[in-house]
Write a protein that binds this ligand. Sequence first.
Ligand code: IMP
Ligand code: MG
Length: 191
Amino acid sequence: MSSSELVTGFTPENYPIWEGSGMEVLISADALAERIRELGQLISKDYLGKKPAIVAVLKGSFVFLADLVRAIDIECTVDFLAVSSYGNSTSSSGVVQITSDITSPIEGRDIILVEDIVDTGLTMQYLLDNLSTRHPASIKVCTLLHKPARTRVEVPIDYKGFTIDDHFVVGYGLDFKQCLRNLPFIGRKVS
Ligand code: IMP
Ligand code: MG
């Protein structure tokens, strides 16, 4: 994303964890809504006559998922898994663990794995390997954001919201130290 604007409504005092810095909008709430409507239509068309099992990766995907499923107008089921990746707050170590698993079997199902962001790709690779062992009929990946500059392992991305430059981003489900998930846009720190 190239053009960005400062969020005039963002009050740094309300988010002390942000340490007084300003916030720049990288992807506005309107742009998110429009793109997610398109993704929902694509998925509805591709899976017409099927009943995909949407598997969302917690926590970061929860806001995206809520909007995405409402943009899908065919039958689907929704399940969740949670992962933790060992590392510091802003980079992934690649050691991934499923801390909470889906609750229904996926054998024979058409899986759409929903993520907030594919950064290094290590989390997605791990999940694709893991879920494949459970013999689904198919697995596709849907991610809101992709940061190709940080790729360490190439994973297939079937549905992508936006490609972004190498910024650490927050909002719309994505966190900084577990906070800022509630921002209605994707933002980044003003440097
Ligand atoms: P990976 O590096 O592709 O394995 O990304 C793992 C996870 O790191 C993502 O699912 C996000 O939860 C988190 N992450 C990666 N980049 C960002 C970012 O810019 N902001 C917030 N979380 C991020
Ligand atoms: Mg995540």
